[in-house]
Design a protein around this ligand. Sequence first.
Ligand SMILES: O=C(O)CCC(=O)C(=O)O
Length: 321
Amino acid sequence: MNLPWVESPFFNEILKTKNLTEEEKQLATEYNKNGFVVLRNVFPEDVIDQVKADMNQKGFNEDFPVTVYRDKTRIQDLWQYSDSTKQISSNDTIMKTLEMLYDREPIPFQTLNFKFGSQQRAHSDTIHFSSIPARYMCGVWVALEDVTPENGAVFYYSGSHRMPEYNFAHIKDAPEDTTYNDYVQYEDFMQSIMNVSEFDKKFFYAKKGDALIWSSNIIHGGSKVEAEGSTRYSQVTHYYFKDCIYYTPMLSNMVTNELYLRNGFKNIKTGESVQSNFNGHNITPISTGKDKSILNNRLDEVKKIMDLVKLKNKIVNKLFK
Ligand SMILES: O=C(O)CCC(=O)C(=O)O
């Protein structure tokens, strides 16, 4: 089936056919049920401390020039300037665990380093990063210092990954394009869904070096920072998996199925540029406007025929004018 096996309705049958250790079986079973797993004490202390040093000396240092997005709380893609940030994203234990959970090569493609709690409202990563086949995406959140009820712990709703992947097609009444200005409507919607759902809200009171792996569609966010000014050094890496079509529902038109494709992003581990395909088969996106495309291989054939007709007309006109 075109779904990660850990999210498949046939999970229990597939599990029986897998050659996994008892520990891996337990991990996969938890991930299937809850949509997240915790790995304790995964990263060497010196790498973590170097990431924090890079955050201060580069990421949050206004005198250090960067071309990536940053504000007082977070910096996106610090990996471009920091080898230790890359090492956290490409860590062997994490990569092997993801490969086991998804049966495809993981592709780390974006980092977010937080100096303070994000206080981000409940959301699913699928509004930002989705894939065809669906759900080949996950986040790995790493504590670079201990997390307490005071410094804005990450929260998540256990089991919420089983919900549909909500997007603007579920809430807007017109088939309009959306932008980040509409995001607050999505956040209001997700909160109202959580208010009427019975998922357990959990907080990740991590110790330095712990990692939380969350599946693409689990609802999560950052809780309030109770002790003003307290730091919460942490790093999230977002991963896609090999041989998918990658897109952003937030900037797509999900009513008309015009996708904002994410093509040519960098694999943080290998430095290679990643192109979309469907299970290894080429796809031909056809642009429908400045930043959106439809996927229709038959239309591509039509386009080729139209190009040939145009060429034939040109030749005929030249010969007989
Ligand atoms: O670190 C946090 O507080 C939340 C991060 C988050 O929600 C995300 O990366 O999607």
